[in-house]
Design a protein around this ligand. Structure first.
Ligand SMILES: Cc1cc2nc3c(=O)[nH]c(=O)nc-3n(C[C@H](O)[C@H](O)[C@H](O)COP(=O)(O)OP(=O)(O)OC[C@H]3O[C@@H](n4cnc5c(N)ncnc54)[C@H](O)[C@@H]3O)c2cc1C
Length: 383
């Protein structure tokens, strides 16, 4: 029996889309997750395969090569990724975030130039905000893009960048006016092929999300044509970030609730199979109560998430609402994943059991996309 109710925003067309998403995730993702963890990245061809079946840039208009769908399509794909046990493929950053920066903030020329290549998988997208010395405090990024004729000269370093090793298109947060705080920030789109002075550093060694190519990036006098300034006007970077971050946070919440639900389902199954003291683990009152609590946490989180998705589909989800659903769902995920792992006993600590991956992947959700402390800062400003 499913733990949660059918989401209010689903309809029969979305149900048929789910079949496509499910079959792709089960066939192309599930069998490869361990191998991708070992190689610290997905296979590059995965992006092209997903592009061929129309699973990239689902909510970008068809005229730019996208799927012409809505955020509901993105959410379904994310749910199916979670059901397939995937924590490697950075498509939500590529399709749900990078493509939307270009689609919503780019000029007509920029959309025509880059979106079809992101939708086909010819280019992999990344967004580079975080620096070794600056994460939460984005107004104080030190990467600079100083205009020199018809180019910007880009200098600086970024770290923790998802899709960093494979990205061919990187939206870089940089100061075009280092003397200003938020008003000095612009977004510059770097096409990495042949970009002199651009260098990728290590694929970082993480405790979870092992198959994601989270990387360091370095920019050393990289000359970027002025046509690559997103939106064509300096100083709008912070405004663009504020417009796009709610969707990024909602994406994290969708992944969190799907992961939570999957963790509880796995644990119900395991505790009904495993025995101790002559009975199923599930029959101990402690197990049943822990699972009752976890199932309730999932149901409450899903109801809040569904409400947030509905608001976003009507373009009504604001910065505060997105911050609320991000911190709430990721916080619950951490708790639920931890309680579930406990019910697996020693097997929960073994890499071969997916619950161990659910637990390590859960931890980072409270950190990226803006830490949960920053989410509470944002919420408190509205009180
Ligand atoms: C796996 C992974 C993938 C990532 N992917 C990307 C990506 O694709 N692109 C990208 O740009 N970044 C990415 N990040 C970076 C991520 O967004 C940052 O790590 C995050 O924003 C926090 O920044 P920081 O690590 O510098 O921590 P800091 O900002 O140094 O924060 C350290 C601690 O101080 C707290 N703190 C900071 N300021 C305040 C405050 N005002 N009030 C209260 N507490 C505060 C924080 O909450 C945190 O607990 C990724 C990170 C990880 C781990």
């Amino acid at each position: 029996m499913p733990i949660t109710q059918r989401s209010s925003w689903l309809d029969p067309d979305l149900d048929s889309f789910r079949e496509l998403a499910r079959s792709f995730c089960q066939k192309e993702l599930a069998p490869n997750i361990e191998r991708w963890g070992e190689q610290k990245q997905v296979d590059r061809e995965l992006w092209n395969k997903a592009g061929e079946v129309g699973l990239l840039c689902l909510s970008i208009p068809e005229e730019y090569g996208g799927g012409g769908g809505t955020f509901a399509h993105e959410a379904i794909l994310l749910e199916e990724q979670a059901k397939a046990g995937d924590d490697s493929w950075g498509n939500s950053v590529h399709s749900g975030i990078v493509a939307h920066y270009i689609g919503s903030c780019g000029t007509e020329d920029q959309k025509k130039r880059w979106l079809p290549k992101l939708a086909s998988g010819e280019l992999v997208g990344a967004i580079a905000m975080t620096e070794p010395g600056t994460g939460s405090d984005l107004q104080n990024v030190r990467t600079k893009a100083i205009r020199d004729g018809d180019h910007y000269v880009l200098n600086g370093a970024k770290t923790f960048i998802t899709n960093g090793a494979q990205a061919g298109l990187i939206v870089v947060v940089a100061k075009t006016d280092p003397g200003e705080a938020a008003k000095g920030v612009s977004l510059l789109v770097l096409e990495t092929e042949g970009a002199e002075g651009f260098r990728r550093g290590r694929v970082l060694d993480k405790i979870g999300l092992k198959g994601q190519d989270t990387s360091e990036l370095f920019f050393d006098d990289v000359r970027v044509p002025v046509e690559n300034l997103l939106g064509g006007q300096e100083g709008l970077g912070f405004v663009h970030l504020m417009q796009q971050l709610p969707q990024e946070r909602l994406i994290i919440a969708v992944g969190a609730v799907a992961a939570m639900e999957s963790a509880v389902e796995q644990t119900i199954q395991y505790t009904k199979e495993r025995t101790a003291f002559g009975r199923e683990i599930f029959k101990f009152q402690n197990t049943r109560f822990k699972l009752a609590e976890a199932a309730t946490e999932v149901a409450v989180s899903k109801a809040f998430l569904d409400q947030s998705i509905e608001r976003h589909l009507k373009a009504e989800l604001d910065v505060t609402g997105a911050a609320m659903v991000k911190w709430w769902t990721t916080d619950r995920l951490s708790r639920v994943a931890d309680e579930c792992l406990q019910l697996f006993g020693g097997y929960g600590y073994m890499n071969e059991y997916p619950i161990s991956r659910a637990w390590t992947s859960a931890r980072v959700q409270r950190i990226f996309g803006g830490t949960n402390e920053i989410m509470k800062e944002i919420i408190s400003r509205s009180l």
